[in-house]
Design a protein around this ligand. Structure first.
Ligand code: DAH
Length: 367
């Protein structure tokens, strides 16, 4: 053992460490976990007890020597690399390469613009969770259990924290009241929200009246991805609840919004429709921006395109949120951000928003 230590000490003290290849070889053969020093440390077990202490000290000293030689040589190699002579032909008067700053995503631009427009008439922003329960996505919004209206939006459900798509077996659906007291994360009735109307319910449940809110967010539906549909998209929801609110107020708000966003020459049309949470309900159409109303394949030759839904909040929804429907009334709307961005920028394929193709993204406003 003593001899091995002596000869190894000599080897380590004189080893050639003049290149990185040498350094590597040195590290592996002496310092590595399977190296020769490790070997000797293993053999320490076999040394008689009275010698162990002395041999142990020698081994430690040897290890320190090896480490010190290695560290010193490595530092020297790094310093040498740093001091390598710079390219003598480099022109220090060249202007610097500017940092590429990127651009804002078209969906962010449109969302910010929408929130700014509504903000100017007093609508403050609220947000809610993307994983929701049945109560906020459906039941409180007056979608009766087992009612076909639930199929208007193909839902991703969560069961035992696992995502399952398609229909939730109806026998597993619990009532709204039960749901409210039963909010475990493993509840079979958790889902990815299919619309931002969930946040209406949350603000009505928690905020003092009057309520005037815009609620942007991401929503999910179980749809095949194509130029016209995606399983993930964005909406801006809005709600106003006070005493004596009428459909005329809703119409004014929509007119104001559309003209601020698209210009005064755009026509607006309310088309009677159905949503479980509004009565009466309407769909909002505006002049097709691609053909200016003349008719094209985007508007299916009608001259109109839909940008969202709206209506007077159904009294049943107010009552679900414990708001006195005899005293208060309100309106609400929900609009797709992608849809509006497509019209504004004449984008013909929804998939462009999520593909992160720089050739597409660079066309938008620089940061
Ligand atoms: N939540 C509806 C949807 O995603 C849109 C909507 C319609 C929202 C009418 C509303 C409303 O607030 O009043 O299809």
């Amino acid at each position: 053992m003593q001899e091995s230590i002596a000869s190894l000490t000599a080897e380590i003290a004189t080893a050639d460490l003049s290149s990185t290849a040498h350094l590597d070889a040195f590290r592996i053969s002496y310092l590595g976990r399977k190296g020769r020093l490790a070997d000797l440390f293993d053999q320490l077990k076999t040394v008689p007890a009275e010698e162990k202490r002395a041999v142990g000290q020698q081994l430690n000293a040897l290890k320190q020597l090896a480490q010190a030689r290695f560290d010193g040589a490595q530092q020297a190699a790094e310093a040498a690399a740093d001091n390598a002579p710079a390219n003598p032909n480099f022109d220090y008067t060249l202007p610097p390469v500017p940092h590429a700053l990127g651009t804002r995503h078209p969906l962010s631009l449109v969302r910010e613009e929408m929130l700014r427009i509504f903000g100017r008439i007093g609508f403050a922003v609220a947000e809610g969770p993307e994983i929701e329960d049945d109560w906020h996505n459906f039941t409180a919004l007056n979608f009766p259990e087992n009612h076909p209206a639930r199929d208007m939006q193909d839902t991703f459900f969560l069961r035992n924290s696992e995502l399952v798509s398609g229909e939730l077996v109806s026998s597993e659906v619990v009532s709204g009241e039960e749901q409210k007291t039963h909010q475990s994360t493993n509840s079979p009735s958790h889902l990815l929200r299919t619309h931002t109307s969930t946040v209406q319910v949350r603000v009505m449940e928690t905020e003092p009246l009057p309520i005037r809110r815009v609620m942007p967010g991401r929503v999910f539906r179980n749809e095949a991805i194509s130029a016209r549909a995606h399983m993930m998209f964005h909406q801006v929801e809005g709600i106003f609840i006070d005493e004596g609110v009428s459909f005329a107020d809703l119409k004014q708000t929509v007119y104001y919004f559309v003209q601020e966003l698209f210009g005064a020459d755009i026509n607006i049309r309310f088309r009677p429709s159905f949503f479980p949470f509004t009565e009466p309900s309407a769909e909002i159409d505006i002049t097709c921006l691609i053909c200016k109303g003349a008719g094209c394949n985007i508007c299916k030759y009608s001259g109109w395109v839909e940008i969202g839904g709206c209506g007077m909040v159904d009294p049943a929804v107010l009552e679900n949120a414990k708001i006195d429907a005899d005293k208060y009334s309100g309106y609400a709307w929900g609009m797709g951000i992608e849809r509006i961005a497509m019209l504004k920028y004449q984008i013909k394929d929804l998939r462009l928003f999520t593909e992160n193709d720089l050739r597409f993204l660079r066309q938008f406003e620089a940061l």
